[in-house]
Design a binder for this molecule. Structure first.
Ligand SMILES: Cc1cc2nc3c(=O)[nH]c(=O)nc-3n(C[C@H](O)[C@H](O)[C@H](O)COP(=O)(O)OP(=O)(O)OC[C@H]3O[C@@H](n4cnc5c(N)ncnc54)[C@H](O)[C@@H]3O)c2cc1C
Length: 387
């Protein structure tokens, strides 16, 4: 088994890294993150210019093509500088485009994918509801009622990232009141966001603040039939099919956080002095670095293994859950060690470790809590379902 990048992939990685260092260095990410609640349109526009929105979208729909490894490389390299702000790319161009690519009909692919690839439209994901994200089906009250040549949707979503600036909400709603099974009777809609029946409120939060995560209130919001994605009643089943990809991509983002935090720490300890020495000469600090390097490799190998299985067409449910857990937990620990090495300045908004640390904390909770990911792993090992 060989996880070495191909020549083409390595060239892509190097090109993206160079582009990131030139255009979106960590200092810019830090600056953007201070402008709380202001969506970083400049990042979006720079991604458009670089062609990143088309990565992973088929060439026949105006994209650049590229498999999951290519998308992982892009996500990781963006997150090395941007940390959670890498979702400015990921929500529309990865999550949104993936769902349309997998479940859209030909007309929908023609209508949405070229615009996504050109950076002309933005998506937000609106699955989670206020009563719970882990038990998403148990908590779901948002209901869509058939009305003429479309649907009327009423309910509330929470934590929909970038909903305030999105053109479309990729929204999961109940379309059947009392289905035999909880997992039946739900449908995915591409709801036009800018309409009278929809309001949003940003929730102030501790990390990836600039990108904005919202409560979404829907009161008879309108969605035309042509924006129903996939089969009516099969929405939840459809979303299960995208979960492994999402977990692998999240793990890649966490690898990027580890890369960025480790790089920052290595640089700092070779400049900062105490007791007449560079602090990088102290054994305790060197052990921190060694531990970070170990965690980096562990996260990377598990992420690549899951992606490799996915690419071979093998079942990667177990591996993508494991990669998501290890990468998110290692990212938090690595960022914490980096912050520790910066001493007091680690606690200052002016330096980068705090940003990695705040952002990494989220990924043990969402898009799936690590407890739930562990539940799934245990179930895959033959234990009785615990939830
Ligand atoms: C910043 C941010 C951005 C987000 N972006 C989006 C987005 O764009 N779109 C979207 O739809 N959602 C988004 N989410 C929602 C995210 O996916 C949920 O927060 C996550 O799924 C957890 O759901 P919850 O917050 O309701 O926690 P809960 O489901 O209430 O869980 C609370 C705690 O209980 C534990 N728990 C629950 N059930 C079990 C069980 N069976 N076994 C063990 N432990 C259990 C959980 O692990 C957790 O620790 C975002 C969340 C945040 C914070």
């Amino acid at each position: 088994m060989d996880f070495t990048l191909t020549e083409e992939q390595e060239l892509f990685r190097k090109t993206v890294r160079q582009w990131v260092d030139q255009n979106i260095p960590k200092s810019l990410a830090n600056e953007i993150e201070q402008q709380e609640h202001e969506f970083p349109h400049q990042l979006w526009d720079m991604f458009t210019e670089a062609g990143f929105h088309g990565v992973g979208i088929d060439e026949q729909y105006g994209g650049q093509g590229g498999d999951i490894i290519t998308q992982m490389i892009l996500m990781r390299e963006l997150a090395r500088s941007l940390a959670g702000l890498a979702w400015v790319w990921g929500i529309s161009s990865f999550s949104g485009a993936k769902s349309v690519g997998m479940f859209g009909n030909e007309e929908q692919k023609q209508r949405f994918l070229p615009k996504l690839a050109r950076g002309e439209i933005k998506f937000a994901i609106a699955y989670t509801e206020p009563d719970g994200g882990t038990d998403v089906l148990g908590a779901m009250k948002t209901f869509a009622t058939k009305d003429g040549d479309g649907w009327r949707i009423t309910g509330q979503k929470i934590w929909s990232t970038a909903a305030h600036v999105a053109d479309y909400l990729l929204l999961l709603a109940r379309t059947e009141r009392n289905p035999e099974k909880k997992s039946a009777g739900t449908t995915v809609f591409l709801v036009p966001r800018d309409q009278e029946g929809i309001t949003t409120r940003q929730i102030p939060k501790i990390g990836m603040r600039a990108v904005g995560s919202c409560e979404v209130f829907l009161e008879n919001a309108w969605c035309p039939d042509e924006n129903v994605l996939g089969e009516v009643g099969r929405g939840f089943h459809q979303s299960l099919a995208t979960l492994n990809n999402e977990r692998i991509m999240l793990a890649a983002l966490c690898c990027g956080i580890i890369d960025g935090a480790l790089e920052e720490a290595l640089d700092y300890i070779q400049k900062r002095e105490a007791f007449g020495k560079k602090i990088g000469q102290f054994q305790a600090i060197q052990h921190f670095i060694a531990d970070m390097r170990i965690m980096q490799t562990q996260a990377e190998l598990m992420t690549f293994y899951a992606a490799w299985k996915q690419q071979q067409g093998l079942d990667c449910g177990l591996e993508s859950n494991m990669a998501k857990i290890v990468a998110s937990e290692n990212a938090g620990r690595v960022a914490d060690l980096a912050l520790q090495m910066f001493g007091g300045m680690g606690y200052a908004y002016e330096t980068n470790p705090q940003r990695y640390w705040r952002d990494a904390r989220l990924y043990r909770i969402g898009p799936i809590a690590n407890e739930m990911a562990r539940n799934s792993i245990a179930e895959m090992m033959g234990l009785p379902r615990s939830f």
